[in-house]
Ligand binder design. Structure first.
Ligand code: ADE
Ligand code: ZN
Ligand code: ZN
Length: 262
């Protein structure tokens, strides 16, 4: 009996996939979007995804990064900036960054001559990148690769953390599932919604860049080599992350509602 229990425990432990960074967050964005889709858009999304939910495909773009066939897609997940830069005059280049990818896949999604598979892929990329561009550190500084090179001590965990990872998983610490978490968002007022919606991909990136200032405000211990971050930092930044997910979801729905998917 005890051997069976140990066996089951080991199987469970190893078989449970480790959540990719930002996975729950991507699901929350997709669920908010689904709740705000027009009937027509919902039908078309359903058709393209063969009945799968937007949430269930929202991290597909992360899952293929380790496939050599998709190695070139890694840089589509982010864009970095130098000091005093913004993206107002950014010219998307085909080597690819997140602003290029948002533009490209939003177009691909709409081309009637594309195969269903091509449009399905475009949708899966688009859903994911709308989430990523709202994660402030996916629009980060060149200097530290969007926080990837900033070592931090997260809640005294013995595991190595960096600032980017902390932000990718700010909600993973929440005990709520993505579905439950999505229910905790208040409906935005009409004026709030309009303000959020009428914005470009570059606007979203600029907002993320501005939020970077907050992210590097560690409060205490700024002279320490490894920044100790925990409850204080978490509580201060969780509302910011939450608002970004909300904006991403509302905007994703708006962009999908606008196109004649067929
Ligand atoms: N991976 C995800 N976001 C990144 C960023 N801003 N810079 C470098 N690598 C990243
Ligand atoms: Zn990503
Ligand atoms: Zn990330």
């Amino acid at each position: 009996m005890i051997r069976t229990v140990i066996f089951l425990f080991v199987i469970f432990f190893y078989a449970t996939p480790v959540l990719a960074w930002w996975e729950k967050e991507h699901q929350v964005v997709a669920i908010i979007a689904e709740n705000n889709l027009s009937e027509a858009a919902r039908k078309q999304v359903n058709l393209l995804l063969d009945g799968e939910s937007l949430a269930s495909v929202s991290s597909w773009a992360d899952s293929i990064k380790s496939d050599p066939k998709w190695a070139h897609s890694k840089r589509w997940h982010y864009i970095n900036a130098g000091p005093n830069q913004n993206f107002d005059k950014h010219r998307p280049v085909p080597v690819g960054d997140i602003l290029w990818a948002l533009d490209y896949f939003y177009q691909e999604l709409q081309k009637p001559d594309n195969s269903k598979q091509a449009r399905r892929e475009a949708l899966m990329f688009f859903v994911h990148f709308v989430g990523d561009v709202h994660q402030p550190l996916h629009v980060g500084k060149y200097d530290d690769a969007g926080g990837n090179r900033v070592a931090v001590n997260w809640y005294n965990s013995p595991r190595k953390h960096n600032l980017h990872r902390v932000w990718d998983g700010l909600l993973t610490h929440s005990k709520l599932s993505a579905k439950e978490y999505a229910k905790t968002f208040e409906k935005p007022s009409k004026s709030q919604r309009l303000k959020w919606q009428h914005s470009t991909f570059a606007d979203w990136a600029n907002e993320s860049l501005i939020l970077n200032e907050n992210i590097y405000d560690f409060g205490v211990g700024e002279d320490q080599k490894i920044m100790p971050l925990g409850r204080w930092y978490h509580e201060k930044n969780q509302p910011i992350a939450k608002k970004r997910l909300h904006q991403a979801g509302i905007r994703l729905a708006f962009y999908l509602n606008r196109i004649p998917l067929n």
